[in-house]
Design a protein around this ligand. Structure first.
Ligand code: TPP
Ligand code: MG
Length: 663
């Protein structure tokens, strides 16, 4: 049952409906004049959902929006001049002109952002709810999404996890009957999206989304349930967008005029005006509210037009937060014991969890059995199920929720069971985590670590053995770390967890067990972006990563017997890359060999070679050599697997070629 709303509240709703409507009507005008660029998606016709829902939230509650999100922001308290300035791409905009309509956000108002990726906000919102639950903040997170988004995998994965963990989450589907041009009936297997809630054990309700009081009532009930610890709810609010899918409308017509006219009969603003008139609110009062809304929008347009364009100098610092300053103790530290890489990783996570309560671990099988390689063993007993979370096999949800948690005060450490499955997390890592800070103007922090084992050598075949570092090193906004020793693994994982940027932390399965070495027992951190010179040499520089590091050292020892002194450098961090150390070495040795386990072509080594050629061409006495995996997927057969993964002999042969000593 809806609690009857008093007239003053309904007047406020009326004002807000007018503010949202006028704002988007004005944005359309500005778009047609070429002042708002790119595209934007008008919510005219759907305003009651934003207004009713946000009125049922506390100021401290969190919302996640989608591409049609201006109304959500306004209703949650965003300042109109800063919104309009963002749409005009100005310095004073919420994102300083770096985000635009599809990324508009106001973190200080609990608005975690619109999103250019359909459905992504559902995962981020579930993550924000998880963060609220772990922090015991009492906040509720609400995700707005369209009917189209309800067919994305993330809808299903996040529904399951949110219901399973009873998160304080409200899923509010704005069913406007179309996903771009495709009607719901052609896209959705059930007549009512709300009926899907039953599959996940949560309440589902379909409501009239053009009745602001009905929206308010349904959301208030869902919020109360969420706050009481009873878990998420799914609300399907039926509505209609009056305009085309986007302002860049150049599509053939896909809706009938009759349907459009019929839909306008239920106009939310008109209906509320009618209700207010029946409550004896004078027409002049409604005129005043409408005029106030229009004046506020005009003032916002004026301020936005007067605001400056952003300067190019904002770009680079917006990509990544500065890395923490630290000094490493050095592997020969007197208190060092010998640990395996698995043990070193485990110790790093445990120490970081002990020093910082916002650090938590989640992933498949990380709790009860401590991960399939044992990296998280013992953490559940020590830190409890709130902070060490066994998840369903739902990579997209895990990754998106981690991002949602990271932008709301937590420091998630996600284990990717086998790194190849990162393909199912790509949106969260590449489109969300990597770009969040930048899209939102260059100030937010996204402290999340995605860690897991990659690489071959243990006969796991083509889908469990890849080396995928090049994909991530290619993306601005990500930090990519790839240790080769237990000492580096512990210190770099500590840095990764303390860093304010998303980190892809790559571990090598073979090194988990094969690599043992001295590791100081005390906490320490290794600076991000600093290479380690593991063996000095005057004749050739070998840049090796991960499992190729021991191979390179073995090759260097063999070459030394022939009088060739190879310098072996492990970059340790692939992005940002310590180019200074690499260039300084090549300028001394005049020769370069790069060794990586990943495919040679388009690989990380290619980037190193290109950078050296760009900056130290004149110092090179021979063409650089690349050593990497053969250009085939990983075969299962062990002889074949050994044949395609490079080893010390391949590295030594490459070195001899650069020395002109083939054979
Ligand atoms: C993952 C993804 N697929 C496709 C698109 C292109 N696209 C943007 S909005 C949209 C329609 C979304 O429909 P719905 O979720 O119902 O929201 P509505 O536009 O109706 O508000 C599409 C296909 C996208 N941005 N992201
Ligand atoms: Mg839709």
């Amino acid at each position: 049952m809806n609690v009857p709303l008093d007239t003053a509240t309904l007047e406020r709703f009326y004002l807000d409906l007018c503010r949202v409507r006028r704002f988007d009507e004005r944005v359309i005008e500005l778009f047609l004049k070429g002042i708002v660029k790119g595209t934007a998606h008008s919510c005219v016709g759907q305003e009651a959902i934003a207004v009713g829902a946000c009125a049922a939230l506390e100021e401290s509650d969190l919302i996640v929006s989608h591409h049609r999100g201006h109304g959500h922001c306004i209703a949650k308290g965003a300042e109109m001049p800063r919104m309009m300035a963002e749409l005009l791409g100005r310095e004073t905009g919420y994102c300083g002109g770096l985000g635009g309509s599809m990324h508009i956000a106001a973190l200080d108002r609990g608005i975690l952002g619109a999103n250019g990726v359909v459905g992504a906000g559902i995962g981020l919102g579930a993550g924000a709810a998880l963060s609220a639950a772990i922090r015991r903040s009492g906040q509720v997170a609400l995700a707005f999404f369209g009917d189209g988004a309800a067919n994305e995998g993330i809808f299903h994965e996040a529904s399951n996890v949110a219901a399973l963990w009873k998160l304080p989450f409200v899923m509010l589907c704005e069913n406007n009957r179309y996903g771009l041009s495709t009607p719901v009936a052609l896209a959705t297997s059930v007549p009512r999206i709300a009926s899907r809630a039953a599959a996940y054990g949560m309440p589902g309700e379909t409501i009239d989304g053009n009745d602001v009081a009905a929206v308010h009532g349904a959301v208030a009930r869902a919020v109360a349930r969420a706050r009481a610890g009873e878990g998420p709810s799914l609300i399907e609010a039926l509505t209609y967008r009056y305009g085309d899918h986007s302002m860049r409308a150049n599509l053939p017509r896909y809706r009938g005029e009759e349907e459009e006219a019929e839909a306008r009969q239920g106009d939310a603003v008109e209906r509320l005006a009618e209700e207010l008139r029946t409550r004896q609110v004078p027409g002049a009062r409604l005129d005043t509210l409408r005029a106030d809304a229009a004046a506020e929008v005009e003032a916002a347009v004026g301020a936005a037009e007067r605001a400056k364009e952003p300067r190019e100098a904002v770009l680079a610092p917006a990509v990544a937060a500065p890395h923490i300053a630290c000094e490493e103790p050095g592997a020969g530290h007197p208190s060092a014991r010998e640990l395996s890489m698995t043990e070193a990783i485990n110790e790093a996570i445990a120490q970081e969890m002990a020093r910082e309560p916002s650090v938590f671990v989640m992933g498949e099988d990380v709790g009860r059995i401590g991960g399939i390689f044992g990296c998280t063993r013992g953490l559940l007993d020590r830190f409890g199920a709130d902070r060490v979370r066994d998840t369903p096999i739902s990579e997209a949800a895990i990754a998106n929720m981690a991002v949602g948690a990271a932008i709301t005060g937590m420091r998630p450490v996600v284990e990717i069971q086998i790194f190849d499955f990162v393909t199912l997390m790509m949106d969260a890592i590449v489109n969300q985590a990597a770009k969040f800070r930048f899209m939102l103007g260059g100030t937010p922090r996204v402290p999340v670590v995605f860690r897991g084992p990659q690489g071959g050598g243990i006969r796991l075949g083509a889908q469990h053995s890849q080396s995928l570092e090049a994909w991530f090193a290619h993306v601005p906004g990500l930090v990519v770390i790839a240790p080769s020793s237990p000492y580096d693994a512990k210190g770099l994982l500590a840095s990764a967890i303390r860093d304010e940027n998303p980190v892809v932390f790559l571990e090598h399965k073979l090194l988990y067990v094969q690599s043992r070495g001295p590791v100081p027992a005390a906490e320490y951190a290794i600076p991000i972006g600093r290479a380690a010179t593991l063996r000095p040499g005057r004749d050739v520089t070998i840049i090796a990563t991960m499992a190729m590091v021991p191979q390179a050292l073995k090759a260097a020892a063999e070459l030394a017997r022939d009088g060739i002194e190879a310098e072996v450098i492990d970059p340790r961090t692939l992005r940002p890359l310590d180019l200074d150390t690499i260039l300084a070495s090549v300028r001394r040795t005049n020769r370069l060999v790069v060794a990586q386990e990943g495919w040679t072509r388009h690989g990380f080594g290619a980037e190193v070679v290109a950078s050296v050629v760009e900056h130290a061409f004149d110092w090179l006495d021979a063409p650089p050599e690349r050593v990497g995996m053969r250009d085939v997927p990983m075969p299962y057969n062990d002889t074949l697997e050994r044949a395609v993964i490079p080893g010390s002999a391949d590295i030594a042969a490459a070195v001899r070629r650069t020395m002109g000593r083939s054979g």
